[in-house]
Design a protein around this ligand. Structure first.
Ligand SMILES: Nc1nc2c(ncn2[C@@H]2O[C@H](COP(=O)(O)OP(=O)(O)OP(=O)(O)O)[C@@H](O)[C@H]2O)c(=O)[nH]1
Ligand SMILES: [Mg+2]
Length: 306
């Protein structure tokens, strides 16, 4: 199944809610106020956020819609307004070939998909002909190390790990030294999930970042927060709090194939303006795709791919 199908499958509920509200949006040749209100509620309930939902409906009202406009025409207008919000942040993660290695650190709260994403990214870069090293800096759980080893195996890349309970910053250092020595193109550092409110764990994360920066100027080049697409509004607090500890340079939103409502991506885009690199739409190696503003906007309102 291609990723757009998975995404539209995941966002199905959101899309049908929006479609229902738009269904008979005209009363005679006038827009039906009740229907517009219900559309706004639908947008809010899929996590787009109150302010943005209000603006999107206002914009739709100003579009000079005709009472004989088809449902798809109206949906297209709405998706175009969403696309305007998403386009500025739709930016893939680029590997700078002058960085040897180009260092990426993945951060986020527990269970968002960091390890899975690290494995998927490793496979993608490897397929592009790059050399990749994975660093299992989640030394908190033994299972986490094994999990990344499985991914390294699947992706066919090397991994550096340490015993459970060892210092993650020391492991980050060891991985970096190996990557520099071996002229590796990309070093991907997986970190333990941590709640954004646990200050000692945030300090540990800062130390990992500090050690990398000290030993390779300008690194880590990408500091990516991995967010679970089904989290809803808490994602805002995650980005805000992690940003206090780490200069977050990009976001990856996972699990958009599940029952995610999808609107959170729009609200994050508007509120933070931080690049969204890719979206996770499944649990296998190939289920990570570049974030595409137009396709995402169409998927949210239930339009087919253009
Ligand atoms: N459906 C779906 N599941 C995903 C996706 N990404 C990750 N998962 C699943 O989510 C669960 C957690 O993923 P992990 O990669 O272990 O998450 P993590 O952030 O590393 O977790 P911690 O290290 O415990 O913080 C696993 O069961 C993954 O298979 C996705 O895009 N779609
Ligand atoms: Mg993990």
């Amino acid at each position: 199944m291609n990723w757009f199908k998975r995404l539209t499958g995941g966002l199905n509920k959101t899309a049908s809610g929006i479609k229902n509200s738009i269904g008979s949006i005209f009363k005679g040749n006038k827009l039906d106020v009740t229907k517009l209100e219900s559309l706004e509620e639908q947008l809010i309930s899929c996590d787009i956020g109150i302010d943005i939902s209000e603006k999107l409906v206002k914009k739709l009202k100003s579009e000079n819609l005709k009472s004989d406009s088809s449902q798809d025409e109206i949906l297209l207008k709405l998706s175009k307004s969403i696309e305007e919000i998403l386009s500025p942040v739709s930016k893939s993660l680029e590997i700078n070939e002058n960085h040897k290695p180009h260092v990426i650190v993945l951060v986020g709260v527990n269970g968002t998909g960091k390890t899975t994403t690290a494995g998927k990214m490793a496979a993608q870069f490897k397929n592009q002909g790059k050399t990749v090293l994975l660093s299992a800096c989640d030394t908190f759980r033994a299972a986490a190390i094994e999990q990344l080893e499985v991914w390294a195996d699947r992706a066919g890349v090397e991994i550096v790990s340490a015993e459970k309970g060892s210092d993650p910053a020391a492991l980050a250092y060891k991985s970096l030294v190996k990557a520099i020595d071996e002229k590796i193109d990309v070093l991907i550092v997986d970190t333990a999930g941590r709640l954004q409110v646990k200050s000692e764990l945030m300090e540990e994360l800062k130390k990992i970042i500090r050690v990398l920066g000290k030993n390779l100027g300008g690194s880590p080049h990408d500091r990516v927060i991995v967010l679970d697409g089904a989290t809803g509004q808490n994602a805002h607090s995650q980005v805000t709090e992690f940003s206090k500890a780490v200069d977050i340079s990009g976001m990856i939103v996972t699990k958009l194939d599940g029952s995610a409502k999808g609107g959170i991506v729009v609200s994050l885009a508007k509120n933070f303006g931080i690049p969204i690199h890719s979206v996770g739409v499944g649990e296998s190696l190939e289920d990570l795709d570049q974030f595409d503003a137009e396709e995402y906007s169409r998927a949210i309102v239930g339009l087919e791919k253009d």
